[in-house]
Design a protein around this ligand. Structure first.
Ligand code: HEC
Length: 175
């Protein structure tokens, strides 16, 4: 127990009610009433992560595997893009705001594919850092397999990425 009189004496003047009640709460073990639980839910949906992070980063990476980066700026941009894929994969293991997100995040198969996506991103990042286009092509092939496998298993009605890219203009590699 905290000795209130002693505490007041130490501080030399009466404490405010708020400080006193905080002291009393902790003295009675009431500290547990304060919320210390971390709520792990992203403020966005998995679909938003897919479209505005993962897909946006993967497109210029793939384009770079058949149209070599020209400038140091291109390479640095690709480093950031592949890093975003790595982080994006990890984010997909945390529930977001989409209706299926929590269920997916709790599904071992989904988690394995999301983790694979993150590892593919890390491998692509290493290839970019090494400025090694051959390794980039290999990492890019593994990456597209991971995307398509997950889409087939968890969103079967979806077009393949190849079908999607045929219907849209590829982004320029040089920025
Ligand atoms: C862990 C599973 C998983 C992985 C890995 C994955 N996706 Fe997805 N993706 C989904 C699901 C599920 C949807 C449908 C989202 C929804 O509608 O809520 C989706 C949707 C998308 C969409 C939006 C399609 C539309 O019509 O709105 C794009 C684009 C996309 N993914 C690109 C990619 C790319 C590129 C990769 C790989 C670099 C990838 N995804 C990897 C599960 C995955």
């Amino acid at each position: 127990m905290i000795d209130l009189k002693q505490t007041i004496a130490k501080h030399g003047r009466p404490m405010t009610v708020a400080v006193l009640s905080a002291l009393m709460l902790s003295a009675c073990g009431g500290g547990e009433t304060t919320t210390s639980q971390t709520v792990e839910r992203l403020p966005v949906s998995h679909e938003e992560i897919m479209v505005s992070l993962v897909n946006l980063a993967a497109d210029p990476y793939w384009a770079a595997t058949w149209n070599n980066p020209q400038t140091d700026r291109d390479w640095r941009e690709l480093e950031r893009a592949t890093f975003q894929i790595q982080v994006g994969g990890t984010l997909l293991t945390v529930p977001g705001t989409g209706s299926m997100d929590a269920e997916h995040a709790g599904n071992p198969r989904w988690r394995a594919l999301a983790t694979q996506l993150s590892e593919d991103g890390a491998r692509a990042l290493n290839a970019v850092k090494a400025r090694n286009t051959e390794l980039m092509v290999r990492a890019g092939g593994q990456l597209i397999q991971t995307c398509e496998t997950c889409h087939r298993e968890f969103n079967p009605g979806m077009s393949t990425l190849e079908q999607m890219s045929r219907s849209q203009q590829l982004p320029a590699v040089s920025l």
